[in-house]
Design a protein around this ligand. Structure first.
Ligand SMILES: Nc1nc2c(ncn2[C@@H]2O[C@H](COP(=O)(O)OP(=O)(O)O)[C@@H](O)[C@H]2O)c(=O)[nH]1
Ligand SMILES: [Mg+2]
Length: 206
């Protein structure tokens, strides 16, 4: 499995090839793998704001799918990567999963070019709140199913229906622990954002 480059010598500076940058948000329910994905792709040591899960979360935060999870994001995750031949830097902001953090979601989503929504087929409903927020604030998004080994797989049409996705919304599958796979999910999102931008430009010239 590919690991993040910062586990070797840390890369701290934005490469001189970068000419454009974008803020990207990573959203989705509790335990879907947001912190894991940002950690696997980031070139800089990710900033994590994790706190231990305590007794207070019993019956509130659902740990059935991820019994080994011992901490939870209480503010945000932050990471950075560059892509598109080194020209584009993405600043990744991971949201906390629980809907009780909604005011924070709204703040962190401000100014984002787009969002990657992670979902787990064992609990697709857990990503509904994040999808609802993105719809209401008009942030374009792509969805990636983070494939846990014991999670059921469904035909794409059923997943789209369960998540109420528009036909044009990209839907892909990833393993959040794997750098190449996570990068692929982010590339799917950035290609979609770039197509939308080109279409909007064409429309404005008509
Ligand atoms: N098997 C498997 N475990 C994963 C995967 N992604 C995350 N995990 C584990 O699932 C737990 C929850 O992941 P985390 O990134 O903290 O979820 P978050 O709440 O969305 O930030 C952690 O213990 C991860 O190690 C995955 O793709 N496969
Ligand atoms: Mg997290």
């Amino acid at each position: 499995m590919d690991s993040a480059p910062w586990s070797d010598p840390p890369v701290t500076y934005v490469p001189s090839t970068v000419t454009r940058s974008a803020k990207i948000v990573v959203a989705g329910g509790f335990g879907v793998g947001k912190t894991t994905l940002i950690g696997s792709v980031s070139e800089v040591k990710p900033l994590r704001m994790e706190e231990p899960i305590t007794q207070a979360s019993v019956g509130v935060d659902d740990l059935r799918g991820t019994p080994e999870k011992t901490t939870t994001t209480v503010a945000m995750d932050f990471g950075r990567i560059h892509m598109a031949g080194g020209r584009l830097a993405l600043y990744l902001f991971g949201l906390p999963g629980q809907a009780r953090f909604q005011p924070l979601w709204e703040d962190l989503t401000e100014g984002a070019l787009g969002c990657l929504v992670l979902a787990d087929t064992r609990d697709l409903d857990a990503s509904h709140d994040a999808l609802g927020l993105l719809e209401s604030c008009g942030v374009p998004y792509a969805v990636a199913i983070n494939a846990f080994p014991d999670a059921p797989s469904y035909p794409e049409a059923e997943l789209r229906e369960a998540l109420a996705l528009d036909p044009g919304t990209p839907l892909t599958v990833c393993d959040a622990r794997d750098r190449t796979s996570s990068l692929h999910a982010l590339i799917t999102l950035t290609e979609y954002l770039s197509e939308r931008r080109s279409a909007a430009l064409l429309e404005s010239r008509r």
